[in-house]
Design a protein around this ligand. Structure first.
Ligand code: CIR
Length: 261
């Protein structure tokens, strides 16, 4: 069975990092309810949810995706671009240790997991405000020996590569054409978000189902018209902290059953 590592929302969420959004009040109770329903959805889709405890000194720690990359062959612990988030990695390192051998990204590289999208043996890495060129080089050193190709992708106008594009099928991505260039993904099938929903490009693919924010109905319908199975979850409160549906879990497939395929 696939494990989905999540983390309970920090009571300090109101002090989260913000890059593109103005700070607005977050209803912590509502955020917790939405997060619990998201976890229940992961369970329904066949994941064994392992929830790490909240930490009141780490406002953004619910966004576990940024702390680790999991491949069949190894796990890579990141060095998040925001200094306030670096201490989040230790709990993820402990959670992953039973499942994979773990290696770490080291200074001067910075890397957020939200900038990494693997499709088969190609690992796209957003070069963003959080992830730098040194991280791309370190990822090459760690992944090329395992026959992955690491391809940097410029990202502008949004936080992470996966704010701008994410997988909605084995080789199909959903993208915001203003934030990444479709030319960088010539080998993939591409679907565009509805222009009225700029934050709609972040979707979480689990097997053949796309876990998707209920707040982007037009894009959801677009996906369904393409025959994609969509499971809507309310994600409005964590969206105010610039988090989406991929950000709130790290999937650990049994080796050989990688979710990148
Ligand atoms: C941050 O700025 O780091 C958090 N407030 C949001 C992180 C969202 N993570 C993600 O998209 N992978």
């Amino acid at each position: 069975m696939r494990i989905a590592i999540t983390r309970e929302i920090s009571p300090a969420l109101a002090r989260c990092e913000l890059t593109h959004l103005a700070r607005q009040p977050i209803d912590l109770e509502r955020a917790r309810e939405q997060h619990q329903r998201y976890e229940a959805c992961l369970t329904d889709l066949g994941c064994a949810v392992q929830r790490l405890p909240a930490d009141s000194s780490l406002p953004d720690s619910v966004f576990v995706e940024d702390t680790a990359l999991v491949f069949d062959e190894l796990a890579i612990l990141t060095r998040p671009g925001a200094p306030s988030r670096r201490a989040e990695v230790a709990a993820m390192a402990a959670a992953l240790a039973p499942h994979r051998s773990c290696v770490s990204i080291i200074a001067p590289a910075t890397l957020d997991g939200g900038d990494v999208l693997a499709v088969g043996r190609t690992v796209y890495v957003g070069v963003s405000g959080r992830t730098n060129a040194q991280a791309v080089e370190q990822l090459r050193g760690l992944l090329e020996p395992h026959a992955y190709r690491v391809q940097p992708v410029p990202v502008t106008g949004c936080l992470h590569l996966k704010s701008a594009m994410s997988r909605v099928g084995p080789d199909t991505v959903l993208l915001h054409p203003g934030w990444v260039s479709a030319d960088d993904f010539s080998e993939l099938r591409k679907l565009e978000i509805d222009a009225a929903e700029p934050f709609a490009a972040n979707a979480l693919l689990i097997d053949e189902t796309v876990v998707y924010p209920a707040e982007h109905p037009r894009t959801a319908e677009r996906l369904e018209r393409q025959g994609i199975r969509v499971r809507r979850v309310e994600a409005s409160e964590l969206a105010k902290a610039e988090g989406g549906v991929t950000c709130c879990c790290v999937l650990v497939p049994r080796a050989g059953q990688s979710s990148h395929r």
